[in-house]
Design a protein. Structure first.
Length: 374
């Protein structure tokens, strides 16, 4: 949320300060002067079409006419590619002359670093590709004497060990499911404990305080778990938020957490084989793959695409239900600082050895000549 804090503070500090934001998911409802963010069209018959949300409203038609529709299916999923980053850069370039502050999210380095690992040839190619894609935006910012700040939220490290916290909780009799049409769905309301997985961090929600200690022991005994943080331990890390789990887990080096809760793939919900970030109770990096174990997957994907083009309902059930293909993840504090996130700045006066993520807002305000306190 650093970007939102920057422009809200800037607006209070200097009335008339104009901010633009390009492709931040949480941007809808923010008080920026210009906003662009992915927003699919969810049709009544179940189809999903690519599109974006833009404000002012006329910006939507202006951008789609000039750049084409937002490439949603190149933004995430098995066909995620450089094309979405190129669209973001082009949109940011159009807003740059108008805004005092322009924030843009360029997603490309998430893809092949998770698919193939950060040390892979594909990762190196991705770095070169994104460097080439953002060059026009950087050149234009330099020509306008704008200060450029590049922030990576995390550093991706190699992984080869998916860890199933929810499956362990279910086998221990703590996680409940309900069944419809032979498919199992997580029942968080009746579960004594369940986990929401996010890369190398998982929030474990425990309904009964008396269960916290035994659930913590089960988690500590699970191979691939490094840290089990109760509320007191969360305070030490500054993550004791009211919506955090009673327990927060951190994966061991080389491990990451899956969201899977079913014990038999035949009983998995149908959304498990598709890209569905809203219904899965946790992050699923397997959505970046066409199932490598399925020899018919490309044919089925082509048939689904044909149905879509004909205006028929379709399901892209092409995602693997195994985390073994994922080669990169993030979330645990890096063992080597070189594996951590970075901040690059075009103003040498801002140089410092380290900066906390929560202090990035103040740095940007300082560079803009604004006081964080307004």
């Amino acid at each position: 949320m650093t970007g939102e804090k920057v422009w809200e503070t800037a607006r209070r500090a200097r009335p008339g300060y104009r901010a633009a934001n390009v492709c931040w998911w949480y941007a809808m409802g923010a008080s920026t002067d210009w906003t662009i963010t992915p927003r699919p069209v969810y049709h009544a018959d179940g189809r999903k079409s690519p599109d974006c949300y833009a404000r002012p409203p006329e910006l939507h038609d202006e951008l789609t006419e000039a750049l084409g529709e937002f490439p949603l299916f190149n933004y995430w999923g098995p066909t995620a590619s450089l094309r979405s980053s190129e669209w973001v850069v082009a949109a940011a370039r159009r807003l740059l002359p108008e805004a005092d502050l322009t924030l843009a999210y360029v997603p490309h380095l998430d893809y092949d670093l998770q698919r193939h690992g950060p040390d892979s040839p594909e990762a190196l190619a991705a770095v070169r590709d994104v460097d080439r894609a953002v060059t026009p935006l950087l050149d234009e910012a330099q020509a306008r004497d704008a200060t450029v700040v590049v922030v990576s939220e995390y550093g991706i490290t190699p992984v080869d060990r998916p860890v199933g916290v929810n499956r362990m909780l279910r086998e221990s009799g703590l996680l409940d499911v309900y069944t419809q049409h032979g498919m199992e769905y997580l029942d968080p309301w009746t579960s004594r404990a369940f986990a929401v997985a996010d890369h190398q961090v998982a929030h474990v929600y425990v309904a009964n305080p008396a269960d916290v200690a035994p659930v913590a022991k089960l988690c500590r005994d699970l191979p691939g778990v490094d840290l089990v943080l109760d509320r007191e331990a969360q305070t030490e890390f500054g993550i004791d938020h009211q919506r955090a789990g009673e327990l927060v887990l951190v994966a061991a080096r080389g491990a990451w957490f899956t969201y899977y809760y079913w014990l038999d793939d035949a009983r998995a919900p149908d959304f498990a084989r598709g890209v569905d970030i809203h219904r899965k109770p946790g992050y699923d990096p397997a959505e970046l793959f066409l199932d490598p174990a399925d020899p018919t997957v490309k044919l089925r994907a082509a048939l689904g695409l044909a149905r879509k083009k004909l205006g028929l309902r379709y399901a892209m059930n092409v995602v693997p239900m195994s985390g073994r293909w994922v080669k990169g993840s993030h979330g645990r504090l890096p063992d080597d600082p070189l594996d951590g996130p970075v901040l690059l700045c075009g103003d040498r006066a801002a140089r410092r050895d380290r900066i906390a993520a929560a202090d990035v807002r103040d740095l940007v305000l300082e560079l803009a000549g604004l006081s964080p306190a307004g």
